[in-house]
Write a protein of this length. Structure first.
Length: 199
């Protein structure tokens, strides 16, 4: 059962805290880290981490600080704190596994968007996790290994797949590739609408 907020807690604070769980899970999945590995890195038990991500455990500063260090992200980004007086979304790039990742969404919704700039020589190791992903190539050539398939996508091409399948993607050659990535919960697929055929 989720822990109740104390009386008098501001609704805005409650909404902010409610968004921490999905952000924690998105950050962990994005890095390809298991709950067990994160528990070892932070000293927080697997059960506590799981309850935090699902919203069943209230986030506290004591829990969030080691998680910000483990995910290499600032606290205000993790809690989704708005920048006072500035409505613009300011992305904070993160470096990981030969990639620069720029989050394009700040809200804790199920669907998360990222721009990824992937450098050559990214280690080729397929992995699996819960979720569904849609990738659009902005520039360069992308190699996508999906289970036993080896695909190459060029600028303007897209792919979508269930991330429970073993997968890896990176530059198809020795040049950087830029992609947009939309990541959703398990079973949540992208809805693409096309213009009706002209008569």
């Amino acid at each position: 059962m989720a822990e109740k907020a104390p009386r008098g807690t501001d609704d805005g604070v409650e909404r902010t805290l409610a968004g921490v769980g999905p952000r924690l899970r998105a950050a962990r999945v994005e890095r390809g880290v298991t709950l067990a590995a994160l528990a070892e890195a932070t000293g927080i038990s697997v059960s506590t981490l799981s309850r935090l991500e699902s919203g069943q455990r209230r986030a506290t500063l004591e829990l969030l600080l080691p998680l910000t260090r483990a995910h290499r992200m600032p606290l205000d980004e993790l809690v989704g704190a708005p920048e006072v007086g500035d409505p613009r979304v300011r992305t904070v790039p993160r470096m990981m596994d030969h990639m620069t990742v720029l989050p394009l969404t700040r809200h804790p919704g199920a669907l998360q968007a990222y721009k990824m700039i992937i450098e050559p020589n990214k280690p080729c190791e397929q992995r699996t996790h819960e979720g569904y992903e849609w990738i659009y190539v902005l520039s360069g050539r992308l190699r996508l290994l999906l289970a036993d398939k080896d695909l190459e996508l060029r600028a303007g091409e897209a792919a979508e797949f269930d991330t429970r399948l073993p997968h890896w993607f990176g530059p198809a050659g020795d040049e950087t590739v830029e992609v947009l990535s939309l990541f959703g919960r398990q079973g949540e697929r992208m809805h693409v609408r096309a213009r009706p055929a002209s008569r």
